[in-house]
Design a protein around this ligand. Structure first.
Ligand code: ZN
Length: 138
């Protein structure tokens, strides 16, 4: 990857980080404010179910954005160390097109595919518990 592409990517990462920070801040507010709603025994079951779904959605968005922010921060660290764009699994150079689409990636497409086949993503309820604990809500 040449220096011009690298500078463009750094700028995109910084911009994406700012956008993700706004989103996590907004969802953090939704989650914290919603925490007061859960134990409301006067709500109908439908309202309570809707509130729970809204909270679950906010937690999912928060988790996704938090993970992306960390990946992008790590990408900036790798740039500073001169390690950006090198697959952390096999050591080959990651394609520029892949980095432009997914600048936070650690792996080349081949290693990523192999990893996803070995360890398919599982939805874990512990993510929700972890997020709420991290926010200090529960
Ligand atoms: Zn690789």
């Amino acid at each position: 990857m040449n220096n011009t592409d690298l500078m463009r990517l750094r700028s995109k990462i910084v911009s994406d980080l700012a956008s993700l920070e706004e989103t996590t801040s907004a969802t953090r507010t939704v989650i914290i404010e919603s925490a007061d709603v859960i134990p409301n025994y006067l709500q109908s079951e439908i309202d309570a179910a809707k509130d729970t779904t809204d909270i679950d959605n906010a937690v999912s968005v928060f988790d996704h954005c938090t993970a992306r922010k960390q990946a992008l921060k790590n990408a900036l660290i790798r740039m500073d160390r001169g390690e950006f764009g090198i697959c952390q699994s096999c050591g080959i150079e990651i394609g520029t097109a892949r980095l432009q689409v997914a600048p936070g990636t650690n792996n080349c497409i081949h290693c990523q595919e192999e990893m996803e086949m070995r360890f398919p993503r599982a939805k874990s309820p512990s993510l929700i518990t972890g997020s709420i604990r991290e926010l200090g809500v529960a």
